[in-house]
Each structure stands twice: as structure tokens, then as C-alpha cells.
Design a protein around this ligand. Structure first.
Ligand SMILES: [Zn+2]
Ligand SMILES: [Zn+2]
Length: 365
């Protein structure tokens, strides 16, 4: 409070003297002194100190100037006293991009050195490059105790903000390169780097999809009792497609290319074997699918079966129908379907016999 009262008093005295000077004695003009605003560098978010110095000081007492700065990039924090003036006031006006500086010294100060240190915080969005800090003054804004007008040379400075990821416009990226390799089923990543600041930008790439070989791979060899299995393998991963079965006979003859094999239904290998052993009547008559399907102990007279559907051999007794009399393939198929619904057909027939006997018994009574 004491300092403030003293400052106000000095200001008042200074103003009175200035008024007296203007009305009574014509003041001299002194073109001396160099006042320099330093140039400092910093990154966005940094706090920096900008010294304002004076050289070739002709002896200064009063200063009433505006220090211009870019308030959008620099936030004024505080002033810190130098070693030339000691009684002064500052007031920031960020809306006008200026800091007002008024000295209230009670005599000339002749030494060179630092007038003032200004502390700024560089905003996170400050653009890269120099943000100028200057001193604006009119004739009479610098004077000595005699109210001579001092016209010093002003050297502007400022805060040079470094380029960083946060303030780079990223206008110059390099080529896209692979950061993470995509697989058949998983997406990958590509990156490109800003040549100005090193910022890395990523983008996702689509899965490659499987690339299946044109050739088949034998996954399981055929035996006398079980068919073999073949499929086309992906050249990049372990995926397979077009799984097919083949018989031992086909394996021995190498004759895989005339529809003697067929695609395996999804995870239904057994069903496939049923189909081969008991072809539907709708099956094309030229098909040889059943050639190797029936059991060896199934004797089927050729006269009862069309040549095209003749079951000549088989490797898997598991699928042989439990029927004593020779039947055509169609009849076998129908009985097979009945058997699926009624596992024990004999018990059904017994029930029917019982019902008929009961009916006759009722009629006779
Ligand atoms: Zn950049
Ligand atoms: Zn694959």
C-alpha cells in the first residue's frame, strides 16, 4: 500500500511537471538510447521470460508506453523488475493486445541494463513462428527529469514458438507405409508421418481374405473302410475350402477328375456316406457315386437294379441295411426312412397283428 501511494504521488507530480513544461519551457529532444525487446524461443505450453533492455541510456525518468503483443498466442503472467527502473506500474489489456507501462521514478536513471522482464505463457494453440513484441510510443512518452523528450530507437523482439505436433498444420505427409500387416481375417494398419513435426497418422486396412491354392491337398488318405479327404488350402493361413471325399479306388487310380468324389457337407461326414450308399431315386442315372458304397455282403441281383445304380462294392459295413431279402435301392431308401422314424419296425408289425386279432375277436363275439 505504501508503495502504491508513493507511486500515485509520483505520477501526479510527474503529470503536473509535464503540464508546466508544456505551458512554460520548450523541452529539448534527445535522440538517444536503444531499447530492445529480446527474442526468445519456446514450445506451446511453455512459460517464457522476455527481457526489455536499454543501452546508451541518456538518463530516463518518465516512461508511459504501450508494449504490444499477440494475446491469442501469449498469455501475460506478470512483470519482473530489472536493474534500471524500480518504481513503475504495468497493466495488461489482452483485448487490445497491449501492456501499459508507466514509470514513477523521482529522478533520472542512467545505467544500462534490463528495464523490465515480462513473463508469458505460450498457449497450446499458438502457431509456430515469431509472435512479435514491440514498444509503441509517441513523442514525449520517454522523458528525463527536466522533461526533455527522449526518442530512443526501438528494436522489436518476441516469442518464437517451435513447431510441434500440437501446432503443426500437418500439410506435408510422407508416403503411406505398413505399420501392422493385415492377415486373411484380421485388418492391418498403415501409417504416414508429417515431415514437419513427425506426427504419425494411422489408418486401418481391410483383411486380405483367403487365397486358396488351385491344387488340392490330401488331408487324409483313403482306406478300404473309410474314404479319404482332400481340400484346397489357403496359401497364407491354415484355412481350407472345398473339402472332398474320395475312395481308395480313386486314390489308387488317380482318377479324381470325373465327379467320382463330392463335396463334404459341413461337418456331416456320416450323412455324406449315407448319401453315397443310399442314393435317392432322383439322383441322375449317370452318377457313379454309389459305385463303391455298398457292403461286400450285400448281394443284389442285377436284374432287380438298373445298371446305372448298381451297387457293386462297399467299404463300410456300418452302413449296410439290416434287411434279409434283396431289395431295390428305392425300396431300401424308403425302408431306411421308416426305420429312422420307427427304429424297430418288427414291433410296429406286431402291434398291427395284435390289433387285427383283437378286431376279429370282437367280430366273432
Ligand atoms: Zn505436422
Ligand atoms: Zn487365409
Amino acid at each position: 500500500m505504501r508503495k502504491k501511494a508513493f507511486s500515485v504521488l509520483c505520477c501526479a507530480l510527474f503529470t503536473v511537471c509535464l503540464l508546466l513544461q508544456k505551458t512554460s519551457v520548450s523541452a529539448a529532444v534527445i535522440n538517444e538510447g536503444i531499447i530492445t525487446v529480446a527474442s526468445v524461443t519456446g514450445n506451446t505450453g511453455d512459460t517464457v521470460i522476455v527481457p526489455i533492455t536499454i543501452d546508451e541510456n541518456p538518463g530516463i525518468c518518465g516512461i508511459t508506453v504501450s508494449i504490444s503483443y499477440d494475446s491469442s498466442a501469449l498469455e501475460f503472467i506478470e512483470d519482473m523488475m530489472g536493474n534500471v527502473i524500480y518504481e513503475y506500474l504495468t497493466k495488461a489489456h489482452p483485448d487490445r493486445n497491449i501492456i501499459r507501462l508507466v514509470t514513477v521514478e523521482a529522478g533520472n536513471k542512467y545505467n544500462n541494463g534490463t528495464l523490465l522482464n515480462l513473463k508469458f505463457k505460450i498457449s497450446d494453440s499458438a502457431a509456430a513462428g515469431l509472435h512479435k513484441i514491440d514498444i509503441l510510443y509517441n513523442s514525449g512518452d520517454f522523458c528525463n527529469w527536466k522533461l526533455d523528450r527522449i526518442m530512443p530507437e526501438i528494436v522489436a523482439g518476441g516469442v518464437d514458438v517451435n513447431l510441434s505436433e500440437s501446432n503443426c498444420p500437418h500439410e506435408s505427409y510422407g508416403e503411406w507405409t505398413v505399420a501392422s500387416v493385415a492377415t486373411c481375417t484380421e485388418s492391418g494398419l498403415e501409417q504416414h508421418i508429417c515431415t514437419a513435426c513427425g506426427h504419425v497418422e494411422l489408418r486401418e486396412t481391410q483383411p486380405l481374405g483367403h487365397e486358396f491354392s488351385n491344387d488340392y491337398t490330401i488331408d487324409k488318405e483313403a482306406t478300404e473302410t473309410e474314404p479319404g479327404l482332400m481340400s484346397r488350402h489357403c496359401t497364407r493361413c491354415k484355412a481350407v475350402t472345398d473339402q472332398l471325399t474320395f475312395t481308395l479306388q480313386q486314390s489308387e487310380t488317380g482318377d479324381f477328375d470325373n465327379n467320382l468324389y463330392e463335396e463334404v457337407p459341413e461337418n456331416e461326414y456320416i450323412n455324406n456316406m449315407h448319401k453315397e450308399q443310399y442314393p435317392d431315386t432322383g439322383t441322375s442315372s449317370g452318377s457313379n457315386e454309389a459305385d463303391s458304397s455298398s457292403a461286400e455282403n450285400t448281394e443284389t441281383p442285377e436284374s432287380d437294379i438298373p445298371d446305372e445304380e448298381n451297387i457293386t462294392s462297399g467299404n463300410d459295413p456300418v452302413f449296410v441295411p439290416d434287411i434279409d431279402t434283396p431289395l431295390q435301392a428305392e425300396q431300401i431308401s424308403v425302408l431306411q426312412k421308416i426305420a429312422e422314424v420307427f427304429p424297430d419296425i418288427n414291433s410296429i408289425l406286431n402291434v398291427l397283428r395284435y390289433l387285427i386279432a383283437a378286431l376279429f375277436s370282437v367280430i366273432l363275439i
